[in-house]
Design a binder for this molecule. Structure first.
Ligand SMILES: [Zn+2]
Length: 548
């Protein structure tokens, strides 16, 4: 496809602007790289967007492999090196027909190879070529190195008295790799009186992963302590540390915390996300009206926009989706984060380094001399950061930041507690976005479920008496039997109108502000969750768990 053609297509779909294409062409003249690759490098367009566009043009479907686990029987059918050499990925086999994913719209050699393997022409779909190699690498690795088998062997060696230090290191490795395979965010190693349980937090919920003999407990703890440069001998007080784990060409940052319990030290390892692709505002999970509202708010020239929610509620994901709405060529965007999670070129991203004296406050001061339009301050955590954010937003800049509060409106009393001036706050604040994550029903096993009379009411959901059926996931191999796969946001947008400004200024309670906001049409996180349960994206149980 000639370069301009792709550019035009992306423009027509509203995925790229003319100014983006112009800059990409200017880079192409220097580097000679493909226009698509340049657009991705500059983060104007994601590799997934480009593939989808090309697929549409070629009349092919698009398949998202980033969150797909290729079934073992499919992997066994096709040799790994053949996939890499011909540039395709086997996805599934149904009635003897294989579906393959290809990265470029014409790949006859892959089609030929797949036909030879199954003696039937394959179904073809397009996959993001930048995610293809990683998917192959991971799938075949776990096919050739089955984790459970490895763990079983080590447990067996305990019984035969052949446990060694090397085996303990191996076991620790297995536990971490299993966590990565399952896309989990936290690993818990929890001792009981005679066993050790390993739990994995997946999509926000803890799931039991492995049960091990107690004898391996101290070994695992010591191994992780050594990796994190902690004191092995000290077992009476909690310790914090970190280490990085390299696996399949990816680096994972791990934050470690130990805590003494009556049965020995409890260990929690948080796997820090490596960011991944930056989403579009429209795909975050806010409904259509709210997405449009957000889009308009992020185009304001100055003021403060805050995103609140618990740790791990993807506040940064929303901030970056919003940054993509801003014209990064016309506006100077500076960020200070701890650490930088997503990379977006054209944005000047900096990372806090307390050791070197580069704090949020120091960055805030420096930024003022860097001619900014938009400032992203990773987190408002105290009086200093609150003051910096506020000062920047009343001097003609758009300030974006996050805060740990349970819902949008609680942010106001929290900021007032940080001693910020009520008048300045009421004039600077544009809106507060509250968000939490609910698990999505697994598409592999989603089934209609007939409600018992009064079932929703007994869960506290009123006004839904007309609903006779809803959806649930029955549990399948795709979702590890949980019935859920992946998560989506439920959110609320608290817009600071003139009426709310006056309430902030006069020191009104959060409840009073919430009442006014709801009267003016604000939908709460819970409302948004119910809407998602009604439309079968999530379940009412999930909404109850997350939003009460
Ligand atoms: Zn399922």
């Amino acid at each position: 496809m000639p370069p301009l053609r792709l550019g035009e297509l992306l423009q027509k779909k509203g995925l790229a602007k003319e100014s983006h294409i112009r800059i990409a062409l200017a880079e192409q003249a220097i580097t000679g790289n493909l226009i698509g690759a340049i657009l991705v490098k500059l983060s104007f367009v994601s590799s997934k967007d480009i593939t989808q566009t090309v697929a549409e043009q070629a009349g092919l479907s698009f398949f998202d492999i980033s969150s797909y686990n290729i079934p073992e029987e499919v992997l066994r059918l096709v040799p790994r090196d053949l996939c890499s050499r011909l540039g395709f990925v086997p996805l599934k086999v149904e009635d003897g027909i294989i579906t393959i994913g290809i990265g470029t719209s014409e790949n006859m050699r892959a089609v030929d190879a797949a036909t030879r393997i199954t003696s039937k022409p394959p179904k073809i779909t397009m996959v993001d070529s930048s995610a293809m190699e990683a998917a192959l690498e991971k799938s075949y690795y776990f096919l050739e190195n089955p984790i459970q088998e490895g763990i079983d062997k080590i447990v067996e060696s305990v019984k035969t008295g052949e446990l060694t230090g090397t085996k303990i290191s191996q076991l620790t490795d297995y536990l971490v790799k299993d966590a990565i395979r399952r896309k989990c965010t936290d690993i818990h190693v929890t001792p009981t009186s005679d066993t050790v349980h390993v739990f994995y937090r997946i999509d926000g919920v803890l799931l039991q992963g492995h049960c091990l003999p107690k004898i391996v407990h101290s070994g695992i703890i010591s191994r992780v302590k050594i990796l994190s440069k902690l004191d092995i001998a000290e077992m009476r007080i909690p310790q914090d540390g970190s280490f990085s784990f390299n696996f399949l060409n990816m680096r994972y940052d791990m934050r470690v915390s130990t805590m003494p319990t009556i049965y020995g030290e409890n260990l929690v390892i948080r796997i820090l996300g490596s960011g991944g692709a930056i989403l579009r505002l429209a795909s975050l999970g806010f409904d259509k009206d709210d997405t449009e509202r957000l889009r308009r708010l992020f185009l304001k020239p100055y003021g403060m926009i805050l995103i609140c929610g618990a740790t791990g509620s993807c506040k940064t994901t929303t901030l970056y989706a919003a940054l993509r709405e801003i014209d990064l060529i016309e506006k100077n965007v500076l960020t200070v984060e701890d650490p930088v999670e997503y990379r977006l070129s054209m944005v000047k991203q900096t990372s806090v380094s307390e050791k070197a004296g580069y704090s949020f406050e120091a960055a805030g001061r420096t930024f003022m001399r860097q001619d900014p339009d938009v400032i992203l301050l990773g987190e408002i955590r105290d009086e200093e950061t609150a003051t910096i954010a506020l000062r920047a937003s009343i001097t003609g800049h758009l300030v974006l930041s996050t805060l740990h509060t349970n819902d949008a409106v609680s942010t106001i009393p929290r900021l007032v507690n940080f001693n910020v001036d009520r008048f300045l706050l009421s004039s600077a604040l544009l809106c507060v976005i509250g968000q939490r994550l609910v698990r999505r029903i697994c598409s592999g096993c989603k089934k209609e479920y007939t409600l018992k009379p009064g079932e929703l009411e007994s869960m506290g959901f009123t006004g839904l008496n007309d609903m006779k059926t809803t959806f649930k996931g029955e549990g399948c191999s795709d979702c590890g039997g949980t019935g859920y796969s992946g998560r989506t946001t439920i959110g609320e947008i608290f817009i600071v109108t003139q009426e709310i400004k006056e309430l902030i200024y006069s020191g009104a309670s959060a409840t009073a502000m919430l009442d006014v906001a709801i009267r003016n049409g604000m939908k709460t996180m819970r409302d948004n969750g119910i809407q998602k349960a009604v439309s079968g994206i999530t379940t009412f149980e999930e909404v109850l768990r997350v939003a009460g």
